[in-house]
Design a protein around this ligand. Structure first.
Ligand code: F6R
Length: 262
């Protein structure tokens, strides 16, 4: 695992967007795992800018989102399908047939989850998975005590996550769906490369647990310590409770792989 500390939220999001763009240039048919949430909005703004101004090409790219609420149709403004359309898909030249999200309206949820896993496999697996971390320490909607080898399935959201996402539902926690389909922890770990973006002081404690604490299903993000190619990008506020910041900064300044991103 590597940790990169950026001066602020904007710089952190821009760095993540540049990593995605770099991978997309290298492999135009990239299989990209995507996340939703407020943290990702600046990443999608920057990718849309690069498409407009620098001709970043998404025409061959395949995407798989981490999760979708159960019971919300794709047209619902709170669905993750709608979020992705607004934030990215409608702003770049991605082929809609290549943009996958689980169907939260599926009658047979188990069959839908199995199909999602099969679709990822048929594309050759995820090349680059983008992740955020929730206040509960979740990745995707893998809430505390999620099996660390779990695959795509439906999960109940914790009260902390319902509270975290309530602002997107007009501030009313009662309007937040109680369940979601999410890639499993095992599904996420299968990605060839993982880039995690976390910003804001309120995530400082959970990031310290995920990066420097013990691996535990109580903080599912901590399992990322097992991944051979995982980069965690944070801003100064989020880095506030990390112990090893001096070393992390040294790596970013000295590793040749990061030269073009400095
Ligand atoms: C989103 C997702 C979640 C979020 C996390 C952080 O698809 O799977 O794990 O990445 O809840 O959300 P924000 O960025 O809104 O704090």
């Amino acid at each position: 695992m590597e940790v990169i500390i950026c001066p602020d939220e904007r710089a952190a999001a821009n760095l993540v967007a540049r990593v995605i763009a770099h991978e997309l240039h290298a492999r135009p048919q990239l299989v990209l795992g995507l996340a939703t949430g407020r943290t990702m909005e600046k990443v999608y703004d920057e990718l849309a800018r690069q498409y407009r101004e620098e001709k970043l090409d998404f025409s061959l790219c395949r995407t798989f989102n981490l999760d979708e609420y159960i019971g919300l149709p794709p047209t619902d403004p709170h669905s993750y399908r709608h979020y992705m359309h607004q934030q990215l898909f409608s702003r770049v030249n991605i082929d809609p047939r290549n943009a996958h999200l689980p169907d939260g309206m599926a009658k047979d949820l188990k069959a839908e989850c199995d199909k999602y896993e099969a679709d990822i496999r048929d594309c050759g697996g995820i090349d680059l998975q983008l992740l955020g971390i929730g206040r509960s320490g979740h990745i995707g909607f893998n809430e505390p005590l999620s099996a660390l080898r779990s695959r795509t399935r439906d999960k109940a959201l914790t009260p902390a996550t319902i509270e975290q996402n309530a602002p997107l539902f007009g501030g009313d926690p009662k309007k937040v769906p109680r369940r979601a389909i999410t890639m499993g922890v095992g599904t996420i770990l299968d990605a060839h490369r993982i880039v995690v973006l976390v910003t804001g002081q309120e995530k400082a404690e959970i990031v310290a647990k995920a990066v420097e604490g013990p691996i535990t299903s109580m903080v599912t993000a901590s399992v990322l310590q097992l991944h051979p190619r995982c980069t965690v990008v944070v801003d100064e506020a989020t880095a506030g409770k990390l112990q090893g910041t001096e070393y992390y900064r040294w790596i970013f300044e000295n590793e040749p792989d990061w030269a073009e991103f400095r």
